[in-house]
Structure formats: structure tokens, C-alpha cells
Design a protein around this ligand. Structure first.
Ligand code: SF4
Ligand code: FES
Length: 362
């Protein structure tokens, strides 16, 4: 099988900074945060965005860490907007004052996604490692008042999944257009907390019933997105729609990656400080490593689903087996599937582990 040619990327995740006022125990940012202090400057981001637009990128997700910590955020938004991209701010909402919000609106920001940790102030603040709940709720009301579409994103795990009904009620109360109930992905700091975060099967079954009923009830008013957690699926997720196929990530210091977690993989770095984005996207070894199906091992190589899920997630394969080129162990056909069933088995009893908050870096 030959290597697939590079198509055009559709979405760019611009990780403007890993600095963050929160310290979430499920954070998937890298652990070595001190290595990411030499952030790209405003003119570098402008160039990257221009090159991304030339490549065909249509959606720009401004993320972090907390992107509001970048003073030049309005300028970056304005540039992306002038290039014709749809701009989405992915934020904890801490720092989204009325003045900051009005400047972003004036710069052309199209959409805001606010993360919340739970519906209950004490639980939310404990998971976030910072008092933040009240300010998030105020900011979500502000987003709606200023006329932006609002997505509420909640990372679900063992410690908050039983409250999914109340979380949906909160999203409804603040007037969200869409709720993303995202089960934790075990990369970065979340991997360290995995055994305290992985829900039990009974928790999932209860949550799924609540979500089904809410979807029915809210059909006309709010989109409710819910994806079964990987570890409980027979097949893996089609991560990023395939490696270096539709999505592209730029880290705060300028590394270009096929996905945000790929910086943990032992692949050669490609920096926008050293080369143009088009060349990186097309030719850099980090992009070519798992593009298409030519790299696949058995059992993916002969599997009917190889163009459906692309062998799953390379970062998860690496995290669990130490080899990014193996079939994602989430797949029940993977020879390493026992690594997942063992973690799931351990999650069925009572687990009383404290969450370890991510260290602060702001
Ligand atoms: Fe997907 Fe590979 Fe599993 Fe087939 S064997 S379902 S391609 S992960
Ligand atoms: Fe990197 Fe899935 S998160 S390939």
C-alpha cells in the first residue's frame, strides 16, 4: 500500500498558550509546560493563519491553555476573520470581562465555547482546582447577551458523570445552543489521573439514559452531543478523521502537529518557525508518519473498517503500548486489548482516589 497524498486540512487548532488560570485534573495539555514559554508572537501567528487559509483551512479554533491570557487575542481573531475563517474561542471564560468580550466581538469572533466542570459550584471548583464556577456562569450569560452562539463543553468522568442531568439543565438555563458531553481522553495530566477519572459501567448506563431523554426533550432548542467513552467501545474513535487528513494543530511555540497530543510521540518536530505550513503539511515526517493506511499493522491492514476508524488513535496506542504504530488497544480486535479491559475491570468497584490537579501555570 502506498502513502496517501495530503488533502486540504479543514480545521486549525491554534493553541495560543498553555498558560491557564485553571488546574483541571483531566487536562490533556503536555506535562512539560516549562518547555512552552517561548510563545509565537503576534506577527508569527498572523503569518501562520495566512498560510493556513492558503492551504484551505476554513475553521480556526483558538484554544490553549487559556487563550484570553494572550493580550493580542483580538488582533489574532481579526486576522483570521479577515481571511474568511470561522473563528471559535475555546475558553474557560475566566478573563472574559464585558470589555474583553466587546473587543472580541468587534474583531469578528464568530463563536464561543465555554468549558464547565460540573453544575455544582463546589464540585466544579474542586475539579478545576480553582474557584471559577460563578465567573463561568456570568460569562456564559454575557456570551448570549452579546449574541454569540454558545457551546458548553463538559468533560465527563467518574467524578461528575452522575450529575449529567443537572449539567444539561445548567446549559439550558444559560441559553446554550449546543452541549458537548465529552468523555475524558487520557492524555497528558488526565493519564496520570486515569484511575480516578474512568467511570464505571453502571454510571455510563445511567448517564446515557439521562442524555437520551434530554435529547428528546430539547430537540428543537439545544444540540446535545454525547460520545461513548473510548474504553467502553468495541471499536476506536476515528481520531482527527485520520492522521494529518483534515485537522492541524499548532502549539504555542510553533510546532505543527496532526493532533494536540502528538507532541508526546517520538516523531521529528516540524516548526512553523523553520518552514512554511504548506511544506510542513505535505512533507514533514510528523505529518506523513501515519497518513492514509499504508503504515497499518495487522489486524488493521486487512480490516474492513480501516477507512472508517483509521486504526484508532495513534496517541492512545503510544500511551498504552509504547508504540504509536500499533492498532489502538481500544479495538476489541487489537492484540493489546487486554490493557483496556483491565482498566475497565478496575473501574467497576468503588474507587476512592483523589484527583491530582494540574500544576498552575499562568
Ligand atoms: Fe479499526 Fe484496526 Fe480495529 Fe479494524 S482492526 S476496527 S481498522 S482499529
Ligand atoms: Fe493524537 Fe488521536 S489524539 S491521534
Amino acid at each position: 500500500m502506498s502513502e496517501a497524498p495530503a488533502g486540504a486540512p479543514f480545521g486549525l487548532l491554534a493553541e495560543l498558550t498553555y498558560r491557564c488560570p485553571l488546574a483541571c485534573a483531566y487536562c490533556s495539555n503536555p506535562l512539560n509546560l516549562a518547555d512552552y514559554t517561548d510563545e509565537l508572537g503576534t506577527s508569527e501567528w498572523r503569518r501562520v493563519l495566512t498560510e493556513a487559509a492558503d492551504l484551505g483551512v476554513l475553521q480556526c479554533h483558538l484554544s490553549g491553555g487559556e487563550p484570553l491570557l494572550r493580550r493580542d487575542l483580538p488582533e489574532i481573531v481579526r486576522h483570521a476573520s479577515e481571511l474568511g475563517m470561522y473563528t471559535n474561542l475555546v475558553t474557560s471564560a475566566l478573563g472574559l470581562s464585558r470589555r474583553a468580550a466587546e473587543r472580541l466581538r468587534e474583531a469578528g469572533l464568530d463563536h464561543v465555547q465555554v468549558s464547565i466542570q460540573a453544575d455544582d459550584p463546589a464540585l466544579s471548583d474542586r475539579i478545576a482546582g480553582t474557584p471559577s464556577f460563578r465567573r463561568k456562569v456570568e460569562a456564559m450569560h454575557l456570551v448570549r447577551e452579546l449574541g454569540w452562539p454558545l457551546t458548553v463543553n463538559v468533560v465527563l468522568h467518574r467524578q461528575n458523570i452522575d450529575r449529567v442531568g443537572a449539567v444539561l439543565a445548567l446549559a439550558e438555563e444559560v441559553g446554550a445552543d449546543r452541549v458537548e458531553l465529552a468523555n475524558t481522553q487520557y492524555y497528558g495530566w488526565a493519564w496520570r489521573n486515569r484511575d480516578a477519572l474512568l467511570p464505571g459501567r453502571d454510571q455510563l448506563e445511567r448517564a446515557e439514559q439521562v442524555v437520551r431523554a434530554a435529547r428528546e426533550r430539547l430537540r428543537e432548542r439545544m444540540d446535545v452531543l454525547y460520545v461513548v467513552p473510548d474504553y467502553y467501545s468495541r471499536y476506536p474513535k476515528p481520531c482527527m478523521g485520520g492522521w494529518a487528513s483534515r485537522q492541524l494543530t499548532i502549539t504555542p511555540t510553533g510546532d505543527a502537529l496532526p493532533c494536540p497530543a502528538a507532541q508526546s510521540l517520538p516523531l521529528p518536530r516540524a516548526s512553523v518557525r523553520d518552514a512554511g505550513l504548506e511544506q510542513i503539511w505535505r512533507d514533514a515526517p510528523v505529518m506523513r508518519a501515519f497518513r492514509g493506511t499504508g503504515w497499518m499493522p495487522d489486524p488493521c491492514r486487512e480490516c474492513d473498517r480501516r477507512e472508517v476508524d483509521f486504526g484508532g488513535c495513534r496517541c492512545q496506542a503510544f500511551q498504552l503500548t509504547g508504540d504509536a504504530a500499533r492498532t489502538d488497544p481500544v479495538c476489541h480486535l487489537s492484540p493489546d486489548h487486554g490493557l483496556v479491559t483491565e482498566a475497565v475491570r478496575a473501574a467497576q468497584g468503588p474507587v476512592h482516589l483523589d484527583l491530582i490537579p494540574r500544576p498552575h501555570r499562568s
